[in-house]
Design a protein around this ligand. Structure first.
Ligand code: ATP
Length: 301
């Protein structure tokens, strides 16, 4: 019987998840594949945020009990700072974001936001506090305005307009005869990767969360678009606490602190300059990426 109801449960969760305006469509499909529902603690209060700090306190986690992915990870992101997480593929970077969003609970250790254990507060309040700008945004087959307003139930036209401006979408919208009422997706306008990401940024602005997770695109954008989007993201991250998951190190060199993960452990951390001076894993990754970038430039010439 449990087997029979599991898919229904999942659909219920996905529906609630969408209602809370917390995820991207891509994330929804991923959830359908992997969903494990984490229940609210009985009588759990809402998360109350005054100073949105994030603490990982000795977090041990594995998707399967017999394969540990994070081995007692501890770090703190002070309120209002921009931190970046880097490390080799499979190091556990995206896993951090999933735990923070409480798609899973750690096997041991705690995750605190503003001093409150996220396992002890309601998921609705937790997820309302965190905005994710994903690598790859899938939009609804609806208007640009709808896709932006979906960041938060009841968002008004003015807010949507302001968010579109904040995400530097005005140029595009002004060129369209129907503006924000233009249909996107299969039924209408095809947006480029960069424009889609701007819609995701605008959606996050409407949500206005104190905490931001930026999941950097690996390769979808050209350099110029990428620089523009990064500038927008930096503006959006101001006055918030942010955690950027980065694949290319050049994009996070000015983070307040860079956490270098390796095989689920914090290998080193510091500013870009401090880490280069250490001549450790970060310096090695930096040199390798710089050499690759140079080889690509030479090949293009
Ligand atoms: P990348 O830079 O390639 O995106 P990452 O550092 O973000 O990598 P994670 O996605 O956090 O890495 O994955 C860490 C480890 O957990 C990997 O070994 C991965 O295979 C494993 N893993 C990720 N998701 C799941 C899952 N749903 N079930 C089981 N194992 C998983």
């Amino acid at each position: 019987l449990t087997q029979l109801f599991r898919p229904l449960d999942m659909l219920g969760m996905v529906y609630r998840t969408i209602r809370q305006g917390l995820i991207d469509m891509a994330e929804m499909f991923r959830l359908l594949d992997t969903a494990v529902e984490v229940p609210d603690a009985p009588g759990a209060p809402a998360l109350v945020i005054r100073q949105p700090s994030i603490v990982f306190d000795n977090v041990v986690f594995g998707y399967d009990p017999d394969r540990t992915i994070l081995h007692g990870l501890s770090f703190e992101v002070p309120a209002g700072e921009a931190f970046a997480v880097v490390g080799p593929s499979g190091a556990g970077k995206s896993t951090l974001a999933r735990l923070l969003f409480r798609f899973y609970d750690p096997q041991s250790g705690r995750i605190l936001i503003d001093g409150q254990d996220i396992a002890q507060v309601t998921q609705a309040s937790l997820r309302a506090a965190i905005g994710i700008v994903p690598q790859d945004s899938v939009l609804f087959n609806d208007t640009i305005g709808y896709n932006i307003g979906y960041g938060r139930d009841g968002a008004g036209a003015e807010e949507i307009d302001a968010a579109a401006r904040g995400a530097a979408l005005t140029g595009l919208i002004e060129r369209l005869p129907k503006g924000l009422a233009t249909e996107v997706g299969e039924r209408g306008l095809k947006l480029s990767g960069g424009e889609k990401q701007r819609v995701a940024i605008a959606r996050t602005l409407v949500k206005n969360p104190p905490i931001l997770i930026l999941d950097e695109a690996t390769s979808a954008l050209d350099t110029r678009t990428e620089q523009d989007i990064l500038a927008t993201l930096h503006r959006v991250a101001e006055h918030r606490t942010s955690l950027s998951i980065a694949h290319r190190l050049s994009t996070i060199a000015d983070a307040n602190r860079i956490l270098v993960l390796n095989e689920g452990r914090l290998a080193e951390s510091g500013t870009h300059t401090q880490l280069l001076r250490r001549e450790g894993l970060y310096a090695e990754m930096w040199m390798r990426q710089a050499a690759e970038a140079e080889a690509m430039t030479e090949a293009a010439e």
